[in-house]
Design a protein around this ligand. Sequence first.
Ligand code: SF4
Length: 369
Amino acid sequence: MNPDLRPSSLSRTVKCPAWLLTVGCVPNTPTSTSAADEGTAAHEVLHRALVGLTQFEIGKRTAIGVPVTQDMIEYANEFKRRLGHVNLFSELKIDCSCIYAGMTGTADVVIHDTASRLLHIMDYKYGFAWVSPVDNYQLLAYCMGFWDSLGRPGGYTFMLSIYQPRAYHADGVVRSVTLDSKALVDYFAQMRQACETAMTPNNNEYHVGAHCLYCPRRHVCGTLSAATDNIYEWLNQPQSAIDTQPSGQSTELSMMASAEILLKAKRTALELVIMEGIKSGKSGYRHMIKQAAGRLQWAIPIDQVTTIGNMFGVELTHPEPITPTQALKLGVPVGIIQDASERLPGAVSLKEIKETTLKNMFSAVSLPR
Ligand code: SF4
């Protein structure tokens, strides 16, 4: 089975089945590993909280070596508090072979209430890009797989939820959708059909859209390139004034929104490819990598943070640990904070090297007289 045919990539498979065709022939678009690793670490922290294992201290490294942050612990505790004392499965491996033979996935949280016949699948998203539970094929696949393993009993209601504490939305940090078995079976048919098409050799079912944003093939995708070429061409043509008709104005606005998404998909792929090139020592780029300063976090065990608080008569760890920056505001001396904390590396981005950038770099060097 193609290892990329999995629940977490099903949304893309449903919308663009052909994306799987060339996987393995060329390297995938490099990923922003810091964000992915942070998400993996946050899931580990959540799992420990949900199954009652001793929680990590801030700064301790998770299994993949990422330091645990205060946010990870706070969001995990908040999720646990919201769930209450229900019986749940955390990090449950689900067989989704009913959708495609051999497909499996791991659901973050599954709550199966046999009395009320409610199956609730929840997914924890640690990133900032907003994720909807509606038409969420990853959750739908877990739901279908679990229900199928029960023998598809009748009278069930299904709830799919996203818990995403770092993406602000008017609906809150937990967003849910419910559906009945008929709706689930309709989605099931759609998922099965998409997987069949995706695994058919030489199918040409490429379709661009918002699903291109995180496609690991987007740096080599001819269909995406053709779409962005059309946008560049349009930009180079003389533009007429804004349409006088409301429908024309709406159409143009929708086209612009679609164009922005496709340009962003191509731009982020290019950024990651250029970053990889710079890191591997290739020359010829007119860009350099810029690293932002990250957040300050405690570099000492939490009981020592408590001791510092006691020394200066301030509460630093109860009910929840506060950050070194907050401790500074409460009056802990800057020298103590510096010794007890570390600044995490911030996000990396590309900066174009313009003439002014070079001038600023050289003016920062003081030459001997
Ligand atoms: S970039 Fe878009 S169109 Fe191209 S393979 Fe990926 S999802 Fe499909």
